[in-house]
Design a protein around this ligand. Structure first.
Ligand SMILES: NC(=O)c1ccc[n+]([C@@H]2O[C@H](COP(=O)([O-])OP(=O)(O)OC[C@H]3O[C@@H](n4cnc5c(N)ncnc54)[C@H](O)[C@@H]3O)[C@@H](O)[C@H]2O)c1
Length: 434
């Protein structure tokens, strides 16, 4: 059974099912189409499925014509999970958020597996790509599949292969980012290597699904902790009258042993603020307290308050208060050059400023209108930046430094700029670093 699956994967004869067609699932799906596999996309969101079938993309950096091309190559999308039996591989790319107690919320993964498992058949491979704690694949997915009479490693093959998508990074594409893969059994790993071998330039095998799960967490915890460190360094440097960005640029000239991380107004996105706490939660089962993760979380989540204190002082210096001031927030995506607002610190800043009585507006070339969000609401459209509009605000807060902003024009016409990204290198009387 394994040999037949591997043979059809290697020959690109296998049909690939991608489940969860978001920021991770959609680019992966297009990559499988590109190399010639037949692909079926599954999602519970009817709207997304309809858009794809109409040849339209809903992610800014993925053009419509790449979806249209996939359709021409026979790509299909559905909300009907009983069609899971049609495919040879099921790759799960569904969300793994935190619940309101900041504990792992695996409900999306569980719901997906429960919906697919009754339709799974012998000779399939299942790969979980959603970021999660070590043990998820083996302890949660495996029994839910085996309940239907399958034996993992014999008639169904199960792997964990974390996604490393970096939206907005023009230097890498899905195929050029090496991919880690761990199997529940040696047979599973062998099938996993074949699943990714034709679409990813370098697949990196590890000895277990747990090792693969922890690899992804280590990568993201490494970022969260180092960003926490550099955010703390920013506060210290500022008190000492030193520009942290100048220091980072100088330190980055060291050709070994130093990796540059950049401070900002806080963490954002679906990964870095969330994933570390998957490990924190699981580590408690083993009596371990993850102190670095907690400390980095504490520092990073206090950064919006630090930026607010800088805005308060900057306005105070010109005899104004936040209450009653008109404040324009530049960039509401969580990082530059993307249209993704999940966990964006800009939103936390807008809410704090609004609560303090400011009149808030925003400008973001990637987000024309403030979208409907579960926990946040602003009835705002992106302001287009002109000399007159900029001059009309008491304060312009640079929260996300998109390349599409005209920084010279912004500097020339703004009364006061609070720069939380270190974009303005030269000191100026109307620019305050935060
Ligand atoms: N976005 C990134 O840059 C990134 C990078 C690496 C890893 N990840 C991880 O990948 C996973 C997916 O993230 P994403 O950014 O693509 O999320 P997303 O929200 O963009 O997409 C998830 C998709 O899954 C669908 N979905 C939800 N429940 C479902 C179900 N039961 N069955 C089928 N589809 C369902 C949603 O409708 C949505 O289309 C997460 O675990 C995330 O941590 C994300």
């Amino acid at each position: 059974m394994k040999a037949r699956l591997i043979e059809s994967l290697n020959a690109k004869q296998a049909t690939i099912g991608i489940v969860g067609l978001g920021y991770v699932g959609l680019p992966l799906l297009l990559r499988y189409c590109e190399v010639g596999y037949k692909v079926v996309g599954f999602d519970i969101d009817r709207d997304k499925v309809d858009k794809l079938l109409a040849g339209k993309s809903y992610i800014e950096h993925i053009p419509d014509n790449s979806v249209a091309r996939a359709i021409e190559q026979g790509f299909d999308a559905t909300t009907d999970f009983s069609r899971a039996s049609e495919v040879d591989a099921l790759i799960l790319c569904v969300p793994t958020p935190l619940n309101k107690y900041r504990e792992p919320d695996l409900s999306f993964v569980m719901n997906t597996v429960e919906a697919l498992a009754p339709h799974m058949r012998q000779g399939q491979i299942v790969s979980l790509e959603s970021t999660t704690y070590p043990g998820t694949t083996d302890e949660e997915l495996r029994p839910r599949i085996e309940r239907f009479g399958h034996t993992i490693g014999e008639d169904i093959f199960l792997v964990f292969s974390p996604e490393r998508e970096d939206p907005g990074n023009a230097n890498f594409t899905t195929n050029t980012i090496p991919k880690v893969c761990g199997g529940c059994t040696p047979n599973c790993l062998e099938a996993g290597m074949a699943l990714y071998g034709q679409v990813i330039d370098q697949v990196v095998p590890v000895s277990s699904t747990r090792a693969a799960e922890l690899t992804k967490l280590l990568e993201n915890i490494h970022r969260a902790v180092n960003i926490g460190l550099v955010n703390e360094m920013k506060i210290v440097a500022d008190k000492m009258g030193i520009d942290i960005h100048e220091v980072i640029r100088a330190a980055a000239t060291k050709p070994f042993g130093f990796v540059a991380y950049y401070p900002g107004p806080g963490l954002g996105g679906h990964c870095i603020p969330i994933d570390p706490f998957y490990l924190t939660w699981k580590a408690r089962e083993f009596g371990v307290h993850t102190r670095f993760i907690e400390l980095a979380g504490e520092i990073n989540s206090s950064m919006p308050d630090y930026v607010i204190s800088k805005i308060t002082s900057a306005l105070n210096a010109v005899r104004k208060s936040i209450a009653g001031s008109k404040i324009l927030v530049l960039g509401i995506a969580y990082k530059k050059n993307v249209d993704d607002m999940r966990e964006s610190p800009s939103v936390a800043l807008m809410e704090r400023l609004r609560d303090l009585g400011a009149e808030i507006a925003y400008s973001d070339p990637h987000i024309p209108a403030f979208p409907k969000m579960r926990d946040h609401s602003f009835d705002l459209k992106s302001v287009s930046l002109t000399a007159e509009t900029l001059a009309s605000y008491d304060c312009v807060l640079l929260a996300t430094d998109h390349d599409r902003f005209d920084y010279e024009m912004i500097s020339k016409h703004s009364q006061l700029i609070v720069d939380s990204r270190g974009r303005y290198l030269e000191p100026s009387s109307h620019i305050v670093k935060a």
